[in-house]
Design a protein around this ligand. Structure first.
Ligand SMILES: [Ca+2]
Ligand SMILES: [Ca+2]
Ligand SMILES: [Ca+2]
Length: 399
């Protein structure tokens, strides 16, 4: 379980957020490693995977964390980046299919290029695809512009309310919760796809799919490099040592167990976990598994409304009533695509951008730094571990 933003909103950090001033927050995967910290548009905050609309699979990733309404109009995806949703359909932690997405243009509405990659092309960090999809546009403000491919899959990219909710301040105060959602009123950039049930059935006849997200960009040598990746919340943030976080992000999940099991076990041992070996096997590889034939809910996939914090707290304490007092997002989720709530403080969308923009987005480049207090890491790990222990392992879980 990667307590990135979810449980890991547990690790908090002082992050200046526009008009909100200094908001102490560390999301499930917000600012999890140096490279991601330096590029908010490449920093994956959260990943969700759930069924909706008659059994379609919805996958959503968020970037550009902790954005104030005043700054939301300046949100862009990085034109030099590739945003990738990876799908493992045979349980070997190697991507079999990937949706690769990139943008051009620097205006409030950017031009979208996207396509499907399979087999070897699904594994690479570059823009190699096998099936290109029709070009589209990102959305600005509260507008919802979607692009649909020949298979009926829909894509939305634009500013949305951050679906994550958590009383981080209460957590930091030693579980003295006041029910205030630290992420209230903040926006992110969301990339949401809805894949027809028939496509999922064809790709994974047993209904079991592993999902993770990645952001990649060319380095100075011109080689595509993976900057961030995420399956479940907070794996990297909580369990991977500081000096290895970028390396973890650059890796692929099929190597997770071989490389990081000792690190994860050490972290669990340091917390006197009663089930180090079992937990390490569940935490790695860092993949969000979903069985579309089983009832939805974390850890079977991750729904927008899943209260990962309360699930974890209750697992730790054995209490069925403890919680952070934040039981829902600060905006209601939608019942239709793209499901995530409209952004806070949205303004009317501007004129479409034709792709001839000049400068990179203002949000690309450095953001405020932060450090993750060791105590929060430990507590976050405890929550993560407890959450995993008490939840039944979905059939789709591997390793
Ligand atoms: Ca595979
Ligand atoms: Ca929210
Ligand atoms: Ca809660």
């Amino acid at each position: 379980m990667r307590l990135r933003k979810a449980t890991l909103a547990l690790g908090a950090a002082a992050v200046a957020v526009g008009s909100f001033g200094a908001i102490p927050a560390l999301g499930a995967d917000h600012r999890d490693a140096p490279l991601a910290q330096g590029s908010p548009a490449l920093d994956i905050n959260d990943l969700y995977a759930f069924t909706a609309n008659g059994g379609n699979l919805v996958v959503a990733m968020t970037v550009n964390p902790l954005t104030s309404p005043a700054s939301t109009g300046a949100l862009r995806l990085d034109r030099e980046a590739t945003y990738i949703l990876k799908f493992d359909t045979n349980g070997d932690a190697v991507a079999d299919v990937a949706g690769k997405i990139w943008v051009s243009g620097s205006g409030a509405v950017q031009d979208i290029a996207w396509g499907d990659a399979v087999n070897a092309n699904a594994v690479t960090h570059d823009r190699a695809i096998d099936t290109p999809h029709p070009a589209g546009k990102t959305s600005a403000g509260s507008a919802v512009t979607t692009v649909t491919n020949a298979a009926g899959a829909k894509l939305y990219i634009g500013p949305r309310d951050d679906p994550f909710f958590f009383d981080l301040a209460g957590f930091q105060a030693g579980l003295k919760f006041t029910g205030v959602d630290t992420f209230k009123g903040t926006n992110v950039t969301a990339i949401v796809v809805e894949i027809p049930k028939s496509v999922i059935s064809a790709a994974a006849p047993n209904g079991q799919i592993g999902v993770w997200a990645a952001t990649t960009k060319k380095n100075a040598a011109g080689t595509w490099e993976q900057i961030d990746r995420m399956g479940r919340p907070a794996i990297n943030t909580v369990f991977i040592p500081a000096g290895q976080k970028d390396a973890f992000n650059s890796n692929n999940p099929d190597r997770d167990a071989a490389i990081y099991t000792d690190e994860v076990k050490a972290a669990l041992d340091s917390l006197a976990s009663p089930a180090t070996d079992a937990l390490a096997g569940i935490l790695l590889p860092d993949i969000l598994t979903v069985d579309v034939t089983k009832p939805a809910g974390y850890l079977n996939g991750r729904g927008l409304a899943d209260d990962v914090i309360d699930i974890s707290l209750q697992a730790i304490t054995g209490s069925t009533t403890i919680g952070d007092g934040v039981d829902a997002n600060d905006k209601a989720f939608g019942s239709t695509f793209p499901y995530l709530a409209a952004p806070h403080g949205a303004t009317a969308p501007g004129a479409p951008n034709t792709g001839s923009g000049l400068d990179q987005a203002s949000n690309e480049g450095g953001g405020p730094g932060w450090t993750l207090p060791a105590g929060l890491i430990a507590a976050g790990a405890l929550l993560a571990a407890a959450g995993v222990v008490q939840r039944r392992r979905p059939d789709g879980e591997r390793s």
